[in-house]
Design a binder for this molecule. Structure first.
Ligand code: 16G
Length: 236
């Protein structure tokens, strides 16, 4: 055992640099292949894979193999923006625009925004990245009359919440958020670098300022990479 320790460490280091160069979901060599290629016992190979799995860098699927993953990230249940959430974790946020358009409220959105059917709304879809890695797809609908001209703002470079506050004086003081599990749509799976059929978490947020619903966003996060945390208060 003792003389296997340096080999074990070398193998872990080797795997770590291999993983860093591979995209999420890429397969890594099996326990047997690793043992053969690195001249270590299968037990050492197994321990190295298990250590990296515990760190969230690998995901093992019974009968399928071992795949590159990313450590789970905690998302607070607070009215913070993606930009703030990522910076608080020392990650650099960025965005890619997936689409933007003007639309009229249908029956469902009319209920969400508490407006008449036909009320002008805007829709902005963005891929959110952290340190260049795709983190979430955000499909945001906004009440047009509260945010005139928002479709012309470059929301790739800027934080939506910053723009709302700076240019429209909007500061959210209330909100609702629900979380549901889903299977990634095929196009979302590709965008988020997931395998077809992978699970996602959908966070649905409605943000309110001064009693007016301004924002409704459906955020799609890779299920295996996130956990949600919240402070829970005692029953009073
Ligand atoms: C968060 C919000 C989203 C909001 C976005 C603004 C959740 C589930 N969603 O991702 O509703 O639109 O932040 O981010 O937390 P930004 O200010 O960085 O553009």
């Amino acid at each position: 055992m003792t003389d296997e320790r340096p080999k074990y460490q070398r193998l872990v280091d080797h795997l770590r640099s291999l993983i860093a160069d591979l995209p999420v979901g890429a397969a890594v060599p099996s326990e047997r292949a690793l043992a053969d290629d690195s001249g270590v016992s299968r037990m050492t190979a197994r321990k190295a894979l298990a250590a990296l799995e515990r760190e969230g860098l690998l995901r093992r699927e019974v009968g399928r193999g071992t795949f590159v993953s990313r450590p789970a990230v905690s998302l607070p249940l607070m009215l913070t923006s993606f930009t703030e959430d990522m910076r608080a974790r020392g990650l650099e946020p960025s965005s890619r625009l997936l689409g933007r358009s003007a639309l009229a409220a249908d029956a469902e959105l009319a209920v969400v925004f508490d407006v008449a059917v036909g009320e002008p709304l805007v829709r902005i879809d963005r891929l959110r990245l952290a340190d260049g890695t795709p983190f979430a797809i955000e499909r945001t609908t906004l009440l047009d009359r509260a945010v005139p001209g928002i479709l012309d703002v470059d929301l790739v470079a800027a934080s939506l919440y910053d723009v709302l506050e700076r240019e429209h004086g909007i500061h959210f003081d209330a909100g609702r958020q629900s979380i549901r599990a889903a299977i990634a749509r095929p196009d979302d799976a590709t965008t988020l670098e997931l395998a077809p059929g992978d699970a996602v978490l959908e966070l649905v947020r409605t943000s309110i300022a001064g009693g007016t619903v301004i924002e409704h966003t459906v955020s799609t996060y890779p299920g295996a990479r996130f956990e949600l945390s919240a402070s829970i208060a005692p029953v009073t």
